[in-house]
Ligand binder design. Structure first.
Ligand SMILES: [Zn+2]
Length: 157
């Protein structure tokens, strides 16, 4: 994202020329006013503060622009699967939690079919994906068995 609030114009998608109508405190000085001296130059705005897109002129609220931004970043954020509680033999009597497995990903999506198969889609356009399956109640990957796994969001870049 090109702005720190991850805002985006809900109408045209612009990220780089968005304005927020914020309340600015200005310090009254000898020769005028200074916005930087007052309260460390902080600006106050609320979710319902007016926001405007400089690219297309769309007017809305900060909240609307933030929602448009987070909707976009959520869909582009990759997913990782972290395999935990690993063991080499599914019959192994586990007295502890086992070892920590690899982090798989990034994936565009993780698709569960009943609870038998998990398709981890690297790239839906090219059909690049890996499939995980279960052995009893253990998830299998690369000849190892895992009692626990975690799906976590990644970070852009
Ligand atoms: Zn716009």
């Amino acid at each position: 994202m090109s702005n720190f609030l991850e805002m985006r114009c809900p109408k045209c998608g612009d990220e780089s020329s968005l304005d927020i109508a914020a309340t600015v405190w200005i310090r009254v000085c000898e020769d005028g006013t200074d916005a930087d001296t007052s309260r460390d130059g902080s600006h106050d705005y609320e979710p319902h503060s007016p926001a405007r897109c400089g690219a297309c002129g769309h007017c809305g609220t900060v909240r609307e622009f933030e929602l448009a931004g987070s909707a976009t970043s959520a869909s582009s954020k990759p997913v990782f699967i972290h395999l935990l509680h690993g063991r080499d033999d599914p019959a192994e009597d586990m007295s502890d939690w086992g070892y920590t497995g690899p982090v798989l990903g990034p994936f565009e999506a993780v698709h569960f079919t009943y609870k038998e198969h998990i398709r981890c889609i690297r790239d839906a356009a090219t059909g690049d994906e890996i499939e995980l399956s279960f052995h009893g109640d253990l998830l299998t990957h690369d000849g190892k068995f895992y009692g626990d796994f975690e799906i976590c969001g990644g970070h852009d870049g």
